[in-house]
Ligand binder design. Structure first.
Ligand SMILES: [Fe+2]
Length: 421
């Protein structure tokens, strides 16, 4: 030993410095906020469910099966995503947030193709931040559609997801959670955004559960992060796939995140003003413990809408805008709803009455999922089929009568929100 105070050789010291610099780089990617503006423009969309055409190009029965589905215009997803990207370029926001279910059923090729399209925004200087939904990771339903049968396709695990979307959120993260795909972004001098992974998997394994939850480790990480945000007098906002609120008394099973009351209490304690969610494919805004849950409808469902949000130091303004494509999205949604309700309405023997009654529920369904049924109450009540729900025909269709009343009881404008805090 040549001196009393040196424990390390020069080479060892050099190694330690390198290791420290490396550790700093991987634990915190962005010390600087995303930008210095006091007013931020953010575009938010959800449940794109992108499906690579390659996976069904030889199948002539795929479109038929989609028309029996839930209304998503899956076979138009390229046109819709391209139109969305064009709109976003025109809006030129500071950030685009996508709240999960990026892929149809978690196919690797769908994820890769969507990421490629989204990266064109990045090339134009527009940041994009994604989180996974319940369809996106370790999906056992990932498959293609061949001539006569399904075909096997690759899905993705959590590590692959993070790698495919590495430049679509993770690159601008401030902190990342080690055990999930959650991360935070310092948006400006005031706002921290938490992109929360509610898909109930951990990086080391999978656990399919469409209900979604935050693991214990995710909750601990989130609480620590919220504490530090509060200490620094910043405003935390949250994006996650599963809903924080119960958006509908009939339709909520599997949509609202597990232990939502505990999570809402946590958000209340740390003054989260609103959360951005998706999953339910219904444009709906509900309050829980004073926190607004803005659920974006699926970008693939009529009216093909996304949210545009302005964040100010003391509040926010939010409204939705719709895309235009070659096919009439309302007509398409009505056709799928009509197919879905057809069998149940067979109990009405008079064909004319049956169709008139069905038309009321078909329209109400579309208005409700678009988030603007409050504008159409008189129109629905004045339709020929409406009165039959309150005659003997209505008794034969008691479920649909209840469903219709449930939809028509929503008096909110779910397509816009202004908050001051
Ligand atoms: Fe979805």
């Amino acid at each position: 030993m040549n001196s009393g105070y040196s424990f390390f050789s020069f080479h060892e010291m050099k190694k330690i410095v390198y290791l420290l610099v490396f550790a700093l780089l991987i634990t915190a990617c962005h010390f600087e906020p995303l930008n210095n503006k006091s007013e931020l423009k953010i575009v938010v969309a959800s449940d794109i469910h992108y499906f690579l055409k390659e996976y069904y190009k030889d199948c002539d029965w795929f479109e038929e099966s989609v028309l029996q589905g839930d209304g998503k215009m899956v076979t138009y997803c390229d046109e819709i995503v391209d139109a969305f990207i064009k709109d976003v370029e025109k809006i030129n926001p500071d950030l685009v947030i996508l709240t999960g279910d990026l892929s149809f059923y978690g196919e690797k090729g769908s994820h890769e193709a969507l990421a490629k399209k989204l990266l064109t925004l990045k090339d134009k200087g527009i940041h994009v931040a994604v989180i996974p939904g319940n369809h996106d990771i370790d999906s056992i339903y990932a498959k293609g559609y061949g001539k006569d049968d399904f075909i096997k396709v690759d899905n993705v695990n959590a590590e692959m997801f993070k790698s495919i979307y590495k430049d679509l959120g993770y690159d601008i993260s401030y902190h990342q959670h080690r055990d999930s795909l959650s991360y935070s972004i310092q948006l400006n001098h005031k706002y921290t955004l938490f992109m929360m992974d509610s898909t109930a998997h951990q990086l080391t394994g999978s656990n399919l559960d469409i209900g979604g939850y935050f693991t214990e480790s995710t909750m601990e990480w989130l609480e620590d992060e919220l504490k530090s945000v509060k200490d620094n007098d910043r405003i935390p906002i949250v994006a996650m796939h599963h809903n924080l609120a119960i958006h509908n008394n009939l339709i909520n099973q599997g949509y609202t995140i597990k232990d939502y009351q505990t999570i809402a209490k946590l958000f209340q304690n740390y003054q989260v003003p609103f959360v951005l969610t998706g999953h339910i494919h219904c444009q709906n805004i509900r309050e829980v413990n004073g926190i607004y849950d803005i659920a974006s409808s699926s970008l693939l469902d009529a009216p093909l809408q996304y949210g545009v949000m302005t964040l100010k130091d003391n509040g926010m303004e939010y409204h939705t805008q719709s895309l235009k494509i070659s096919q009439d999205a309302n007509e398409y949604f009505d056709l799928v709803s009509s197919n879905k309700f057809a069998e149940a309405f067979e109990v009405i023997k008079d064909k004319k009455i049956r169709e008139e009654m069905k038309e009321v529920v078909v329209k109400a369904n579309r208005y409700y999922f678009a988030g603007n049924i409050f504008l159409h109450i008189d129109e629905l009540k004045n339709m020929k089929g409406y009165a039959y729900f309150y005659k003997e025909e209505g008794e034969k269709l008691s479920f649909y009568k209840g469903y219709l009343e449930n939809l028509m009881s929503d008096t909110n404008n779910n397509q816009s929100l202004n908050l001051i805090y």
